[in-house]
Design a protein around this ligand. Structure first.
Ligand code: ZN
Length: 262
């Protein structure tokens, strides 16, 4: 059986909330802004390391002969220290409460959701455990980073949002490829955030919610193929479906438009 293990890794929760790439303009709560500024003033090198500016740490390594290892050790000490701060405590507490909610949502829906996921994709699910690292509920997160690790968090846009989103990330695990195909990514969105969402909620329609911006065009192109695939009686196989769409997509899109830039 495919299982999800929900974990609050405190260091990661803090790093994600401070991340310049993901959360420069988003805050878990207003007081976090002040905390972030104080943190930056007190520990600039560690701030770079945690928030996604590691290139500056590489500069220190080259010009000041400080090893990255030393900086990493300092980072661990700083993380221990800041966990005493009441704003960090609040961040962790709110994340733990939210983690319980996500876990309960999943427990309630997993039997149905995994059955549909397997049937619709044509993939038999492996007996394995995927770790789900939960971040603060106000900050958007949703990614499969490899090695059976999903990072997840964020405001719920519709009922059963967490279940549909986790199905999306599980499908990334099941179809993991270095090519980062936008066609497969569109199939994943149609399967999880559209079909499974509607089945779970017993109402709603396709394209009711915006979905990923960078998939918009390709997903519209994939949609008629997906509808036909759903109605066909033959055995399901999303890899075959992807191949078929890919051939036709190349008549309309440049190859570079069909892959994600990562
Ligand atoms: Zn995705």
């Amino acid at each position: 059986m495919l299982k999800l293990k929900f974990v609050v890794d405190e260091d990661y929760v803090i790093a994600h909330a401070l991340s310049w790439i993901h959360n420069r303009r988003r805050l878990p709560f207003p007081a976090w802004k002040e905390f972030r500024r104080e943190f930056w003033e007190k520990y600039p090198k560690i701030y770079y390391l945690i928030t996604g500016f590691i290139e500056y740490n590489i500069v220190f390594c080259s010009l000041r002969k400080i090893s990255l290892e030393t900086q990493t050790k300092q980072m661990k000490a700083v993380l221990r220290e800041i966990k005493k701060d009441k704003r960090v405590k609040r961040l962790i507490e709110e994340t733990k409460l939210y983690c319980e909610k996500v876990r309960k949502d999943w427990e309630r829906n997993k039997r149905k959701a995994l059955k549909w996921l397997s049937e619709l994709s044509g993939i038999s699910l492996p007996s394995t455990t995927i770790t789900v690292l939960i971040t603060h509920p106000k900050l958007r997160n949703g990614v499969y980073i490899g090695e059976k690790i999903i990072c997840w968090g964020g405001p719920e846009e519709y009922p059963n949002f967490n279940t549909a989103g986790l199905c999306h990330e599980i499908l990334h695990y099941l179809t993991y490829s270095r090519k980062r195909s936008k066609i497969m990514h569109s199939i994943i969105e149609l399967l999880a955030e559209e079909e499974i969402r509607i089945r779970l909620n017993k109402k709603g329609r396709y394209f009711q919610y915006p979905g990923r911006k960078d998939l918009k065009k390709i997903k519209r192109f994939v949609f008629p193929y997906w509808k036909r695939y759903l109605s066909e009686r033959k055995e399901k196989n999303i890899f075959e479906l992807e191949k078929k769409i890919q051939e036709n997509a190349l008549k309309k899109f440049r190859p570079s438009e069909l892959i994600h830039f990562v």
